[in-house]
Design a protein around this ligand. Structure first.
Ligand code: FAD
Ligand code: NAP
Length: 542
């Protein structure tokens, strides 16, 4: 952490093999990988330091919901042996320390530039290079552009009419102040009930004088069962980490869990509930969802798991009407991203916590004193926006990117993201999106997906160098086929039944498209590897 903001803001040279946008885990690994190949690269980030997600999202209660030992790099055996996680689900400060440790360990700092936003990237057909411009006036020439910009990094801005007139404090979970926020003695309103809200609400409730939670859509949340790291478990794991990591790579969600072929509707209720209980007790995102093979594909099967979770909510929340309000009932379990919590439903048993159902009384406006719904005025000292992100595409389309024939990427994606393997966009040579739409990405343990993409991109760069190629660009046919395949895979599941950010439904005007690829991490990796082994089928290398 000592290294935050200690790099020079003036690039030593303005020409690199690659510009890497983003200094989260993806950007840092890309830089490390390229350096190892003897290539030059410079990382740019709008933040003041590394860590991406874990730099920005410092709200109370922020922690990972994939187990710490899974949510860590596997590319260096020494790194994974030396790092010790203190909890099953690590806190944001600990994950940020890990990100800084990675930057220190591999001496990445000199090639990273902070407080610098990439504004535009234009491909020059004559030089076959990108010209990249920053908001600090840098103009950089690069053969490759790697968008390590994150899938959940483009925050939705507060858009309530009158927002700017509010005299109290406002905070976004996705841009939390470094010095923290003291809620003691304050009247607080939280807008949203996604993962960020669900993690922060129990802690804010404890501190604040009174907390009002504005809920538009209830979420399914499962108990994290967080605990200090068990020494024996970690020692055993570390004694054969490579086998474990390999299983993660081959798995569906990037976490090695036992896969079942059992179908929920083949079992009776007693048997099913016993299995769901086991999943519930495991304190993991995939515990209940992974209990049967048909839960994401068959609505009737899914209903059995959804009802199991609803029963848990009813058993936790004392007031029956309030419990019903907190029970999701209009989308299948798992099709909006489920959450892991510590005391979320319990917080609503406090007398100083109130839930407002925005479906009955929608938000209307803000004024000097607080928030108005269509029915009532609420006085607040503090309003917290936990309203989420323009996920998967937002961070990419917010940069002005021009490819061949002056084509703009934002225009090409107007009707939904177009790309091949979720990695490359036809007409935008030498341009890569890490964990982009059309790849397993947010449906997986992101560390596994990040490593896979970075390694695949690095191999492609190496192949180009070895074979004297100056550009790589997916063919339009390969791209169309891939986009159709991603859509077909999504349509075969229950995901399209939810108004989720997976579907782009949380951003007004965004096309309704299932953004990630549900083919599974392992099979997706295999397909990517086959394509590389065949000499990059579907790509035009010139
Ligand atoms: P990010 O960490 O998002 O980093 C992207 C960086 O790019 C940011 O720092 C941003 O400032 C920068 N950037 C973007 N655009 C520009 C630009 N134009 N110019 C300059 N800089 C730019 N995933 C899991 O698998 N498990 C979890 O438990 C988990 N928990 C999460 C918790 C929260 C609160 C959130 C928001 C996400 C979580 N995720 C989780 C997803 C998480 O985003 C990924 O796991 C991972 O951290 C992404 O790393 P990244 O490097 O790809 O992107
Ligand atoms: P989110 O899941 O998109 O939740 C945003 C919440 O705000 C939703 O409840 C949404 O309601 C509500 N909302 C948005 N705009 C609104 C408006 N105009 N009026 C009223 N309500 C509004 O965002 P998030 O909680 O930041 O989480 C995003 C993703 O980041 C997660 O799904 C997860 O992948 C990751 N994450 C993980 C963790 C973790 O546990 N490790 C923690 C935080 C985030 P609707 O549902 O009705 O749109």
């Amino acid at each position: 952490m000592a290294n935050e903001n200690n790099t020079t803001k003036v690039a030593a040279t303005t020409s690199y093999d690659a510009v890497i946008v983003g200094a989260g885990f993806a950007g840092m690994y890309m830089l490390h990988k390229m350096r190892g190949m003897g290539m030059t690269a410079r990382v740019y980030d709008a933040a003041k330091g590394v860590g991406g997600t874990w730099y920005w999202n410092r709200y109370p209660g922020a922690r990972c919901d994939v187990m710490s030992h899974d949510y860590s790099f596997s590319f260096d055996k020494e790194l994974e042996q030396e790092w010790e996680w203190s909890e099953k689900y690590s806190t944001q400060p600990e994950i940020l320390r890990y990100a800084n440790h990675v930057a220190d360990r591999y001496e990445l700092w000199p090639d990273m530039q902070f407080e610098t936003r990439i504004d535009s990237a234009v491909f020059d057909e004559n030089t076959k290079r990108w010209t990249v411009k920053t908001d600090q006036g840098d103009v950089i020439s690069a053969m490759h552009v790697v968008m390590a910009t994150g899938t959940l990094s483009a925050a939705k801005q507060p858009d309530l009419p009158g927002h700017e007139t509010f005299a109290g404090e406002t905070y976004m979970t996705s841009k939390w102040p470094h010095e923290g926020v003291d809620f003691t003695g304050k009247k607080v309103g939280v807008i949203g009930t996604g993962s960020s809200a669900i993690q922060s609400i129990p802690i804010i409730a404890e501190q604040a004088d009174h907390l009002t939670v504005f809920q538009r859509t209830p979420n399914f949340s499962l108990p994290a069962g967080n605990s200090p790291t068990e020494k024996k478990f970690i020692t055993d794991l570390k004694s054969d980490y490579p086998t474990y990591r390999q299983a993660a790579k081959e798995s569906f969600f990037g976490v090695p869990v036992e896969v079942t072929d059992d179908l929920a509707l083949d079992a009776d209720k007693t048997e099913r509930d016993a299995k769901y209980q086991e999943g519930w007790d495991s304190g993991s995102l995939v515990g209940v969802l992974g209990a049967y093979a048909d839960l994401l594909f068959d609505k009737e099967a899914n209903d059995t798991a959804a009802e199991f979770v609803r029963e848990k909510i009813r058993a936790t929340v004392d007031a029956p009407e309030l419990a019903e309000l907190l029970c999701p009932d209009d989308y299948p379990f798992g099709t909006k991203r489920p959450c892991l919590d510590t005391g979320y439903y319990e917080a609503f048993n406090r007398e100083d916590v109130r839930l407002v159902d925005l479906r009955k009384t929608p938000l209307d406006s803000m004024d000097t004193n607080g928030v108005n719904t269509t029915d009532e005025h609420f006085d607040f000292d503090v309003v917290v926006y936990a309203t989420g992100f323009d996920a998967m595409t937002g961070a990419v389309t917010r940069v002005d990117i021009s490819g061949l024939d002056g084509k703009k990427l934002a225009d090409e994606w107007e009707g939904g993201p177009q790309n091949y393997l979720g990695l490359c966009v036809s007409g935008f040579p030498n341009f890569y999106v890490v964990t982009g739409p059309g790849s397993p990405s947010v449906l997986s343990n992101m560390m596994v997906s990040i490593e896979q993409h970075i390694e695949w991109i690095a191999d492609l760069m190496q192949y180009m160098r070895d074979n004297d190629k100056s550009t790589v660009d997916p063919s339009i046919e390969a791209q169309e086929e891939w986009v159709a395949h991603v859509a077909e895979a999504g349509d075969g599941t229950l995901y399209p039944l939810a108004n989720s950010w997976y579907m782009g439904a949380n951003v007004p005007g965004k096309p309704r498209v299932f953004l990630p690829y549900i083919g599974g991490c392992g099979p997706y990796r295999e397909r990517c590897d086959e394509i590389a082994a065949e000499g990059y089928t579907g790509f035009v290398l010139a």
